[in-house]
Design a protein around this ligand. Structure first.
Ligand code: PLP
Length: 399
């Protein structure tokens, strides 16, 4: 019999504590950076930001070689060509390479604040101003935080964020601008099917992790009835019209696809309500605390170190990225144990490899990121740290 192990959520799930007012101090976020439009994903917000910039056919957009493949299709949707620039071994923007790759057709520079740690925004902003480039701040990992006293997202011409990475919501992204009006960006609702899906998927995800047990018990019968009705409805629809359009975007199911039909669509009421009511002070405080605990657990271990050794004030991490000497062995052991892990940029846009950027290939291979979100319980965090120790000690004693 395998030892039962906790089913640890890789991303935040709804719990009663999500709305706790116990922790004070509302942290700054991209929502404070400027005018905001709440859409259904970060990638849709990227497409809308590029459209607002006037990026079109024949233009070039500078995209980091260390990326999520979901960042590229929005560039192609605009008719532009992505040009991949290098990053340093610490994931910082290589401005010399950006300068070398900036040409007459270059319109915009996309900059990602990896794992929640802001890039050197003053230098990057000055670079863009000197070259007449528009700056798109990709705050997908960095919903919260300040940099040199200003909220993240306020340095770019536009900024985007991915709500699902920080809040217990099924869908959501933000388009933000500190420098341009968004009045012309009008969002449309997506109908009752989408609204229902956004609410129910959030609740069911929470129930499946044992959060909200009382509500789970109360809703068990109605949700079963819903599942039955759903199955009937879907088979009828499929019979009537072939494949029916999905109710929610693929971005909500951790895929990398880009679906233009979600452009200019408003995020669901339920997701916006959760974001409005969630205790953001708790999100910031617990993410920082969990990050420090995991980084501390990694510190004394052989063959492993935090990618960002210090957690500066104002940073609210997305995850805790650790750099491993022998990532493959550790990855397999942690995955077999059931530790939730992310290998950011392991899948990159076709053609982006070690020749494009040696550091991107190195980080994509050697960094394993552990969750540090606000809904991890103390026992879950301790269990993850224990698994990490075990995986590395097995490796050290085998060597
Ligand atoms: C997740 C991610 C995105 C896209 O966000 P979605 O909400 O998933 O569309 C953009 N940039 C980076 C760096 C990401 O990790």
């Amino acid at each position: 019999m395998p030892v039962p192990r906790p089913k640890i959520p890789i991303a935040p799930v709804l719990s009663r504590a999500s709305f706790s007012l116990a922790r004070g101090g509302r942290p700054a976020s991209v929502l404070d950076a400027g005018q905001v439009r709440k859409v259904t994903s970060g990638r849709v917000a990227i497409a809308m930001a590029l459209r607002q910039m006037g990026v079109g056919t024949g233009d070039e957009v500078l995209v980091p070689a260390y990326h999520s493949p979901s960042m590229v299709p929005p560039v192609l949707w605009c008719g532009a060509t992505p040009i991949f620039y290098r990053i340093g071994a610490d994931a910082s923007v290589d401005l010399d390479d950006v300068a070398a790759k900036t040409g007459p057709a270059t319109r915009a520079l996309m900059v990602t604040h990896y794992f929640g740690f802001p890039q050197d925004l003053a230098a990057i902003r000055a670079f863009c101003d000197a070259r007449g480039l528009q700056l798109l701040e990709d705050c997908a990992h960095c919903f919260f935080g300040t940099h040199q006293g200003r909220p993240v997202g306020s340095w770019g011409d536009y900024a985007i964020a991915s709500s699902m990475k920080f809040f217990p919501v099924y869908e959501g992204g933000c388009l933000v601008s500190a420098r341009h009006r968004l009045d012309a960006v009008k969002l449309r609702p997506s109908g009752p099917g989408f609204e229902a899906k956004a609410a129910l998927a959030t609740l069911e995800n929470s129930f499946s992790h044992g959060r909200l047990p009382i509500l789970d018990a109360m809703l068990r019968l109605p949700l079963r009835l819903k599942d039955a009705a759903w199955t009937t409805l879907k088979s009828r629809r499929a019979a009537a019209s072939g494949a029916a359009a999905a109710l929610a975007p693929a971005s909500s199911d951790s895929g990398f696809e880009f679906e233009p039909r979600w452009i200019d669509r408003r995020s669901a009421w339920f997701s916006r309500a959760v974001m409005a009511c969630a205790s953001t002070g708790r999100i910031a405080a617990l993410r920082r605390r969990h990050y420090l605990a995991l980084a501390e657990a990694a510190r004394g271990l052989p063959g492993c170190r935090p990618l960002f050794p210090v957690l500066p004030e104002g940073v609210v991490p997305w995850q805790c990225p650790l750099v491993f000497d022998d990532p493959e062995g550790v990855f397999e052991r942690l995955q077999a144990a059931g530790v939730p892990l992310v290998r950011f940029a392991q899948v990159r846009w076709p053609g982006v490899d070690g020749a494009t950027c040696v550091n991107s290939a190195m980080l994509a291979r050697r960094v394993l990121a552990l969750p540090c979100h606000q809904e991890l319980r103390e026992d879950e965090l301790a269990w993850i740290a224990g698994q990490l120790r075990a995986a590395l000690h097995v490796q050290a004693s085998a060597a």
